[in-house]
Design a binder for this molecule. Structure first.
Ligand SMILES: Nc1nc2c(ncn2[C@@H]2O[C@H](COP(=O)(O)OP(=O)(O)OP(=O)(O)O)[C@@H](O)[C@H]2O)c(=O)[nH]1
Ligand SMILES: [Mg+2]
Length: 459
């Protein structure tokens, strides 16, 4: 594939020690030559690949010195994009970076689109699509565990798994093909419906298992959405503050203090948690509060897990019952707060009344919070987080796997019904294509664009 030469600032704009302008494409070297004066006079083509050279960036039109830099050349194919790449390490300020980029563009490069370097790495076959997506997951990882999952995917652990399924399917298709084309000529190649059923069934089973185990992987990318809910004044904001260990939300003894949604990120033993404090739910005449309550209700609907807070002092009141009903079908842990006042609470009573697991806590005194964290982890990962195996971190991957599984199940049914081989092959091929959407072997331009739009410029 032939591409033009692109360039962008690859580090965040702001003040820092260094900032990098990256150039990639067939003209990377000749463009760099126009704007770079090495201290030790040398032609840029003589520089050793993957080493740094000190010099000045100069304006290609006026010759004015813009910045003193370190430049590296990474010759094709040993570079991020597999193309010739030049990286210019400028001083990390907005002006040196901006002026250096301008010089590079003046010398003939085109400003890169968001994610275009990574897209080229994919299109040039250095990484597959799942790995390209992992690049952004590495950048955005919020916890060590999240990083581990992302780096695993970047190194190709997910891709290898998917490729294994695809290879298995290719084998099946080859067997079917041989039977359709020359059934008499090669008795060795003969495959019975039973054999076929078994081969397909095995892959279907593996995919099904992966979907089940890998399901929680999305949490590492998106964060687990945990919503604190309850009637006014039960101590929701106090709980948020206690979990964050900072005074993030306003706490007062006036019911209806929190009016809007407050969202913060929290690292709960490796799980990135989006913790959300909400307005206390009650019937209110106040217009602002009513809007807040509606937002609370919407948050509860979208939550992966609800922490329903009750007040140990008041016990369960009518207002609580309304909320208990709302979370009936949600993943939910009930926290009986203010046990510092009441002492131990009757947990079996609360569990019976709410139909949920209950824990006594004190947000004010920090009692029971460790247990809450443990329960959240237990609930979400059923006790184990194994980040050494690939997980499904994207809805896109999950959907493709489900589609592949559905197609395989159809082909199993076709086997069972003794349908002709070419009919069975159609479903099997569809399963292959669905998996190919993950690796990028079979993917539409539009999906590609959507994936790389997520990236920042310069990556
Ligand atoms: N004794 C005791 N008081 C608490 C505890 N948690 C919260 N409170 C008090 O209860 C009152 C309400 O606390 P908030 O955290 O503002 O309650 P909230 O649920 O966010 O209330 P709204 O935002 O109005 O819905 C405050 O006076 C807190 O100090 C606790 O564990 N023990
Ligand atoms: Mg509050």
């Amino acid at each position: 594939m032939e591409f033009d030469t692109i360039a962008a600032i690859s580090t965040p704009l702001g003040e820092g020690g260094i900032g990098i302008v990256r150039i990639s494409g067939p003209d990377a070297l000749s463009i760099a030559e126009k704007i770079f004066n090495p201290k030790v006079k040398k032609n840029i083509r003589e520089l050793k690949s993957h080493t740094l050279t000190l010099g000045n960036v100069v304006c290609p039109n006026t010759g004015e010195v813009i910045d003193e830099v370190l430049l590296s050349v990474m010759l094709s194919p040993r570079s991020f994009t597999k193309e010739d790449v030049v990286e210019i390490n400028c001083h990390g300020g907005i002006m040196p970076l901006k002026r250096t980029l301008e010089a590079v563009l003046d010398a003939g490069a085109r400003l890169a689109q968001p994610g275009e370097f990574t897209k080229r790495a994919f299109l040039n076959g250095r990484i597959d699509l799942a790995q390209a997506e992992a690049v952004i997951d590495v950048i955005r990882a919020k916890t060590e565990e999240g990083l581990k999952v992302a780096v695993g995917n970047l190194e190709g652990s997910l891709s290898r798994k998917i490729k294994k399924y695809m290879d298995g399917i290719t084998d099946i298709l080859a067997r079917i093909e041989a039977n359709i084309d020359f059934p008499e000529e090669d008795p060795e190649a003969f495959i019975s419906r039973d054999e076929l059923y078994e081969m397909i069934g095995e892959i279907a089973k593996e995919i099904e298992e992966f979907l089940r185990e890998g399901e929680r992987g999305k949490i590492f990318r998106e964060g687990l959405k945990v919503v604190i809910a309850g009637k006014p004044n039960v101590g929701k904001s106090s709980l948020l503050n206690a979990l964050l260990k900072e005074k993030r939300a306003i706490v007062t003894d006036i019911p209806g203090t929190t009016r809007d949604i407050i969202e913060e990120m929290l690292n709960m033993g490796g799980i990135p948690v989006r913790i959300i404090d909400t307005a206390g739910i009650r019937k209110s005449r106040d217009k602002v509060e009513r809007i807040g309550v509606r937002r609370s209700e919407k948050s509860i609907e979208e939550a992966d897990l609800v922490l329903l807070v009750l007040d140990a002092v008041t016990g369960i009141e009518k207002e609580d019952e309304v909320i208990i009903e709302k979370v009936k079908d949600k993943e939910c842990i009930v926290l009986i707060n203010k046990t510092d006042i009441t002492g131990k609470v009757n947990i079996p009573f609360y569990e019976k009344a709410t139909g949920k697991e209950c824990i006594g806590i004190s947000a004010k005194k920090g009692i029971g919070l460790k247990e809450v964290e443990e329960k959240i982890k237990e609930r979400v990962f059923k006790g184990e987080i194994n980040t050494t195996r690939p997980l499904i971190t994207r809805v896109r991957h999950e959907q493709a796997l489900k589609k592949a599984l559905a197609s395989l199940n159809e082909s199993l049914e076709a086997c069972r019904d003794g349908l002709p081989l070419d009919i069975i092959a159609i479903d099997v091929r569809e399963a292959w294509e669905a998996l190919g959407e993950i690796t990028g072997d079979k993917v539409e331009e539009e999906i590609l664009n959507r994936i790389f739009e997520e990236f920042c410029i310069g990556k």
